[in-house]
Structure formats: structure tokens, C-alpha cells
Write a protein that binds this ligand. Structure first.
Ligand SMILES: Nc1ncnc2c1ncn2[C@@H]1O[C@H](COP(=O)(O)OP(=O)(O)OP(=O)(O)O)[C@@H](O)[C@H]1O
Ligand SMILES: [Mg+2]
Length: 278
């Protein structure tokens, strides 16, 4: 179980995450929603210790994540695989190598620099690619793949880390609806088949309802909603987003309407207002 206890993160005078307390049972698929700046990414970054809380504690199965150091910290980062909106692949390297890079996570830099991939690494990478139905792209340069394919490569790279948790920060925000569905289906399948806990920041309500067993809503750093998909009514969403009667759910929809082709190139990143220094 992943446990957040009064977790707070301050950046100067800004409280990005404000006394967040909730637990995620092992194997759950959890969605986090909330308007831009609500603190969703900050919460994920603290979970895999890309950043540390100002106050409060995050623990996994009773062990404090905040206290980890050195080798234990590297091991934790490997156990918490992250997936980003922008895929974060090395575009000039082939797909197989990109996936094998996941095997280096959890090692010190020097060791990983000199590590040559083994046959076992290669096999694990191919198996992961095959599970995501993109094994045929293994020798292609990653940068030449469609957005949806690239995100599935990123999921394969996460899988070869053998993570306990997958933290996905808006994994479908740069994808057309059909590719968004492929990526969310892949995350759900991994969650079900491997029992890996998945925590995903999402900006579309229908995706959260369709794929997540539980949804947490954040506003101004605090948790303002917690419930199942059926509890996320339009009124509840209005409260989370601090919106009035003009709130239009359709604007957050990812439903497939037959528009783009599955192999369409990635759409430009969704623009979200952020402070300088991110
Ligand atoms: N490194 C940082 N330095 C200063 N302020 C930051 C930093 N990271 C985040 N913030 C601030 O913390 C708040 C929460 O940001 P965060 O990126 O977590 O929001 P978010 O919910 O992920 O938003 P979005 O939907 O736009 O991705 C914002 O006010 C942001 O400006
Ligand atoms: Mg964010």
C-alpha cells in the first residue's frame, strides 16, 4: 500500500501540495484529476522522490519513502516507473535500446555507463514490446514512431524495470483519441495482469471514469474529492474544477469519433500555464 500522510510541498510562498492524505491499495488503478496547477505532477514527483516533501510522509508498505538514501533510493526509483506526456524517449536510438535503458534504472551512473546489454535484457525488452503489440518496431529509430507508438515504447521501458508502481503524468495528453485508448488499454491490462499499482494524472473525466477504480480530485494542492467512477458526477467535477454552470464536460472528452488515424503523428503538447523554473 502506498500511503500519503499530510504530504505538503511548498515552493517559496506557493503551496503546491497541501496536507494530502490518502492511501492507494496495492494493485489499484487510481486517477488524479484537477485543473492546471492543482499539484498533480508535484505529487507524482514526490512519490518517486524526484522531489522531497516539505512536510508529511509518503510510505510504501510501511516503509518511509522520504527517508530513503543512496542505493535504497535508486532501488525505489526503479520500482516506481514514470511515464510522461512527452514520452521521454531518446529519439535517435532504436526502440529496443530505448526499452533496454529501463534495465539500467536503479544502477549508479558509472555502473550503468559501462553496462553492456545482455541477451536477457534484449529478450526482456522484446517480450515487453510484444505485450504492447509493437515488437515490429524494435529496430526503428524511436523518433520516427507515432505518438501512440512512442508512449507504448515508454510503457515497455517502464515494464522492464519490473516496477511495483507506474506513475503516469498525463500519459495521453499528446495523443489523438484512438491512440489514447490504446495507451490506456495497455496500462489497464498491465494493472490487471501484473497487479502493478497505476497512478495516472488525467485531464479528461471520461477517461478517469472508464479506466480508474478510484479517482482523487485535487484543487489548489488539496484533495477535494475521493470516490469511484460513479461518484464523479458532473456536479462533483464542477466542484473539483471550481467551475460554474458553463462547465462543459464534452470539452474534456477523449471519446473516439472516427477522426484521426491510429498512426497519425503525435499532436503538439497541450499547453498548460506553468511558472518559470519547472
Ligand atoms: N519547481 C517548481 N518551482 C516553483 N513552483 C512550482 C514548481 N513545480 C510546481 N510549482 C507550482 O506548484 C503548483 C502545482 O504545480 P503542478 O505542476 O504540480 O500542477 P499540475 O496539477 O500538475 O498542473 P498541470 O495540469 O498544468 O500539469 C503550481 O502553482 C506550480 O506553479
Ligand atoms: Mg502536471
Amino acid at each position: 500500500m502506498l500511503d500519503f500522510r499530510s504530504v505538503t510541498k511548498r515552493f517559496g510562498s506557493v503551496t503546491a501540495v497541501d496536507r494530502v492524505t490518502f492511501s492507494v491499495p496495492t494493485g489499484q488503478m487510481l486517477g488524479i484529476i484537477g485543473r492546471s496547477g492543482a499539484g498533480k505532477s508535484t505529487l507524482l514527483k514526490m512519490t518517486n522522490r524526484l522531489s522531497a516533501p516539505s512536510n508529511g510522509e509518503i510510505s510504501w508498505d510501511g516503509r518511509s519513502v522520504s527517508a530513503l538514501k543512496g542505493r535504497d533510493l535508486l532501488a525505489w526509483r526503479a520500482e516506481c516507473a514514470m511515464i510522461f506526456q512527452q514520452f521521454n524517449l531518446v529519439p535517435r536510438l532504436d526502440v529496443l535500446t530505448n526499452v533496454m535503458l529501463g534495465r539500467l534504472n536503479g544502477m549508479g551512473t558509472v555502473k550503468s555507463l559501462f553496462k553492456l546489454f545482455s541477451e536477457a535484457d534484449r529478450r526482456a525488452a522484446l517480450v515487453a514490446l510484444d505485450r504492447l503489440d509493437i515488437a515490429q518496431t524494435a529496430l526503428q529509430q524511436a523518433g520516427t514512431l507515432s505518438g501512440g507508438q512512442q508512449q507504448r515504447v515508454a510503457i515497455a521501458r517502464a515494464l522492464v524495470q519490473q516496477p511495483k508502481i507506474i506513475l503516469a503524468d498525463e500519459p495521453i495528453a499528446s495523443l489523438d483519441p484512438l491512440n489514447a485508448k490504446l495507451v490506456m488499454d495497455a496500462l489497464k491490462r498491465i494493472n490487471r495482469e501484473e497487479g502493478i499499482t497505476v497512478i495516472s494524472n488525467l485531464h479528461t473525466l471520461d477517461t478517469a471514469r472508464q479506466y480508474c477504480e478510484r479517482i482523487v480530485g485535487m484543487s489548489q494542492g488539496a484533495v477535494v474529492f475521493e470516490g469511484g467512477p460513479d461518484d464523479l458526477t458532473t456536479d462533483a467535477a464542477r466542484a473539483i474544477y471550481g467551475a460554474g454552470e458553463e462547465f462543459d464536460e464534452a470539452a474534456t472528452s477523449t471519446s473516439i469519433d472516427g477522426r484521426p488515424s491510429p498512426e497519425a503523428p503525435a499532436e503538439p503538447a497541450r499547453e498548460t500555464p506553468k511558472v518559470v523554473g519547472l
